[in-house]
Ligand binder design. Sequence first.
Ligand code: ADP
Ligand code: MG
Length: 579
Amino acid sequence: MKETEVSREQNGLPDHHRAMDKGGKSDARGFRYRRLRKFSIILMSIVALVPLIIMTAVNYYQYQKAMRADMIFPITRQTSNTRHALQSFIATRRSALDFVIRGSTYEELSNHDKLAELLDDLKTAFGGFIDLGLIDSRGNQVSYVGPYPLEGKNYRDQDWFHEVSIRGVYVSDVFKGYRGFPHFVIAIMHSTGDGRSYILRATLDSDMMYRDIISQNLRPSSDAFLVNRSGVLQTPSHFYGKVLDTISLAIPAYSPKTEVMEYTQGTKKLLMGYAFIEGAPFLLIETVEPASYMENWLSVRKQLLWFLFTSVVIILAVIIWGAYHMVGRIREADLKRTKMLHEIEYTNKMASIGRVAAGVAHEINNPMAIINENAGMIRDILTVTDNFPSREKIAKYVNSIVVSVDRVSKITHRLLGFAKRMDPQIELINLKDLIDEVLSFLGKEALHRNIAITYDFSPDLPEIESDRGQLQQVFLNIVTNAIEAVKDGGRINIDGKVRPDGRVDVLVHDDGPGISKEDLERIFEPFFTTKKAHGTGLGLSITYGIVQKLGGEIKVESTLGEGTTFIVTLPVARFEAGG
Ligand code: ADP
Ligand code: MG
């Protein structure tokens, strides 16, 4: 017994360490799973979200670009068309003047009546002409027809005169002319073969350009007008003032093409198309308020952002759920595997201990038989010999030897039984009857100690195919332990139930002191006992082996101070003979 205790203590130490180690490991394992989960969430998020975000961004910019192009194109076209119409308006009238000055002699042009005739023709053919005058190379107004009192005027010192002398043609800015109507001037110089040069100068109605060309097809929210290069309005404008007002916009730099730019005015975003008119000091400006474009764009943008947001939320939710689920599964599988390894280890341990024990028992049996036989001989001799002084004493010692040897042989037989692979004998067993039999062995002690043993078997409990002798052994061990555990006057309940999986449970519950957590891990080990000299520590290990062999399971639930329940689960049909 001393040896048993020593070995228990020796086991106790590493066990303690093992418990600590296990705690550490499970912590590390928890950390490992959390890291795995974090890693998979991050990885999957990157894989799923980055392309989505990139796609949405690309979409966003392409959409924006397409919508801008859609919006810019019409204003470019409109500005371009108006520009061409204006250029041709001016070019036609210039060509007409060119035609007149080339097709007539200086003398004809100096003739007032002839000039008046020509002005009439120009008015009818082209429109827009207000007056017509001939100026000689020294700047004198030679003849004039029109509403202004210009006869005899000299232009030598004026800028336009110099310009037309150098370039051969001049187109003026708009000015307030006769009766306050806005006009502009076209002047053309002609040199004849004999070295004489003179100028034909016509005033034109600039309002006609606005009326007939610029203001056509103008929507109320849009604007179109001409300015000169200093920003003075050459035609009226919806939003920027009257003729000859200076507009508040900056004049863009010269470009030969029609251009469109965006600019903000107050809170409004506007699009401005502009084009410089060839052959005239004018700049055509058109503005539109791209309301519908903005609205469209905003709603598209809102939809895109919503789409992105909901997709991200859904994807993240799925990823997180998936990661938890997956890692949970992995963890479960790991736990299962560890548990299985543990069980295998335990079974192996028990098997090897059993083999050793059987070997030892076998070896001990022979000398024990000899001791027993010899003790019997001594006893026999004592009965036939005459009395002598220490006879009584010797008889007592011999008796004690016989009792102890008997006890040793009981133990060795149990050990041998524990290790032996007996072929079970299968028969149909009524568990209630079986328990009755077991209790009939133990009833006396229970009665003696006033222990109440009740049992409750559910009526639908089937008979099971199993080995009667071995099952008796199982319940004998368990109920004996229970009787040993409870105080005098304690209670033991034995219940039989059918499990949902069809197997049968027999529960043996006592209201004894319970089993501590550390002991609970070891009670099935051979030689583990808390009963000092009274216990062998073999009962439960044998029981465990038998139940296993009968294809069942044994479990314990115990609360310190409240009691213990042993649950033996057995198959109903003939079991598969196993380890
Ligand atoms: P033994 O009965 O010889 O001690 P067992 O293998 O039958 O050996 O039991 C091992 C140990 O399990 C017992 O010493 C006891 O500590 C504990 N044990 C078993 N059954 C009970 C029970 N019903 N209540 C409390 N402890 C128990
Ligand atoms: Mg026991």
